[in-house]
Design a protein around this ligand. Sequence first.
Ligand code: ATP
Length: 257
Amino acid sequence: MSLLMVESLSKKYTKNVQALNDVSFSVNEGECIGIVGESGSGKSTLAKVLVGLESYRDGTVLFNGIPIVPKKRALLRQYRKNVQMIFQDSTSSLNPKLPVWKSILEPLDNFKEVSPSFLNVEGLSRKEIAEELMETVGLDRRLSERYPEELSGGQKQRVGIARAISIEPSLLVCDEPTASLDVTVQVQILGLLKELQKTKNLTILFISHDIRAVSYLCEKVIVLKNGSMVDFFDLADLYREERHEYTKALIKAASLE
Ligand SMILES: Nc1ncnc2c1ncn2[C@@H]1O[C@H](COP(=O)(O)OP(=O)(O)OP(=O)(O)O)[C@@H](O)[C@H]1O
C-alpha cells in the first residue's frame, strides 16, 4: 500500500479560482517526490491540503489508507504525528520569543506520546535532546540559546528541519524550503535533506519552482500547471522525447539541457 494516495483531487477557492484540478498520484515509503511548477500553479495549495491545513471537497487523500479530513480534529492530530512540514519562510515559522532549543522541542511537547528512537539514550535532559537534533542537521549546539533573529537564513531553515524530524515523521512535506536562501546555502540545505532521506528513510514531498533543485533531490517528478498535473515521470526519464512541452520549457529555462 502507498504511504500517500491522492486521487482526483480538485480544489476551488472561489468560483473562478480552480487551484487544483483532478490531481492524482501516490507516494511509497522512502521515496522523494518533487512537485514543480511556476508561481500560481497550485503547489502551496497542494502542500496545505496534504498536511491538513486546507480543506478540499473533491477527491480523496489517503495516508496509510486513512482519509485526511481537516475538519476531524482527532484524526488530524493523529495525522500530524506522522506528517511534518518545512516552510519557505523559516523566519515566520519560528516563534521569535523562543530560543532555538525550545523551538526544536515544540513537536515533542505537542505529542508527548511519541517516543522517537534517538530518545532511547537515557538521562538526556530536554536541552540535550534538542542539541542532539541540532547536530543531526549540522547546527553547532552552541547556538541552542540563540533566538531566531540571531541566526542566518540557512541556520533558521536547519532549525525548522530539526524540529520537523524531531518526532520522526513518516512524511516530510517541504514547501520551497530553499527559495529564500543564497545559492550556496540552498545547495547545503538540499544536501542535508538528501542525507536525511537516506539515513532516516524519510519520505519527502519536495515542492519547488526550481526543476534543478527537484532533479538533484527527487527520484520522481510531478509537473503542475494551472492546477493540473501535466507530467509525472521518473527522474531518469527527464530528457525523454515524451516529456510534456511545459516540462521541456522548464528544463530549458533552467539550462539543464
Ligand atoms: N487563500 C486563497 N484564496 C483565494 N485564492 C487563492 C488562495 N490561495 C491561493 N489562491 C489562488 O490559487 C492558485 C494557486 O495558488 P498556490 O499558492 O497554490 O500556487 P503556487 O504554485 O504555490 O504559487 P507560488 O509559487 O507563487 O506560491 C492561484 O491562482 C492563487 O491566486
